[in-house]
Design a protein around this ligand. Structure first.
Ligand code: ADP
Ligand code: MG
Length: 234
């Protein structure tokens, strides 16, 4: 069984429609989309061991099927460089999340590498429209998407030209062509990412929603630092 079907059937069996960041990223990795890979730790000691293996700095994130917006409940700690920081943040995060989401069942805390610095934050998403099927969205990440809603849409399946136009038609396109501290972004890799997301959405009948938020875009390549896939509720 492909890991896609495997993951989908486990989620269905457990009565879940929301896939975890780990599950979502396995599916993306299978499509050769670059991701920062999360590994589950159930103790601070284990988190330190994983960090030493993958290399500092790392990111800790809460892992719970009941929490989809991790940073809303204090469930994301980035840029941790030392063992002591892992220790403090592991315990601190558990405490904070238990206060802010007392009902949530917590599987543990994942450890993943920090995405390299100086990337431009973008988002790539999919929502299934009742009439049109999967619709792909692209936009700048961070406050740009929240406040300015500077995004573009196309109905899947996307052509090469669709993907290229989606990137170029956002108002903030200049952010991607070299601005102040930022190098020009690898537009070819960004376009390929959008096309892979479109293909995955077309191939996954069960898919309701997919969010790669944020994706960091660099002079060479792009990396998804967070991912969430939601299945159709049936
Ligand atoms: P949420 O569930 O709240 O969306 P995210 O996983 O997106 O949680 O993490 C929140 C923020 O932390 C991201 O928008 C990004 O700025 C930062 N972040 C998360 N993972 C990484 C990573 N691997 N490398 C660098 N920054 C990260
Ligand atoms: Mg996110």
């Amino acid at each position: 069984m492909s890991s896609l079907n495997n993951i989908l059937s486990i989620a269905r069996k457990e009565g879940r429609t929301v896939l975890s960041e780990q599950e979502s990223k396995i599916i993306l990795k299978n499509e050769s989309i670059s991701i920062t890979e999360p590994k589950l730790a159930t103790s601070a000691k284990e988190a330190i061991e994983i960090s030493e293996k993958i290399g500092f700095p790392v990111v800790l994130k809460i892992s719970s099927n009941d929490i989809t917006h991790k940073s809303d409940v204090g469930g994301v700690r980035v840029g941790l460089k030392y063992k002591d920081e892992i220790n403090e943040n592991f315990t601190g995060m558990l405490k904070q999340v238990k206060e802010q989401a007392p009902e949530a069942v917590i599987q543990g805390i994942t450890v993943q590498p920090m995405a390299p610095p100086n990337g431009v934050e973008v988002i790539v998403g999919v929502t299934r429209d009742e009439q049109f099927g999967p619709v792909v969205m692209f936009g700048l990440g961070g406050i740009a998407v929240e406040i300015l809603q500077d995004v573009s849409f196309r109905i899947a399946p996307l052509t090469d030209l669709d993907a290229e136009e989606m990137i170029k038609e956002i108002k903030g396109f200049r952010m991607l062509t070299g601005y102040r501290a930022y190098e020009p972004v690898d537009l070819e890799s960004l376009k390929l990412l959008i096309l892979k997301v479109s293909k995955l959405a077309m191939e996954t009948e069960d898919l309701m929603e997919m969010d790669l938020n944020p994706v960091f875009a660099y002079a060479n390549g792009v990396i998804a630092a967070d991912a969430r896939i939601i299945l159709i509720d049936n």
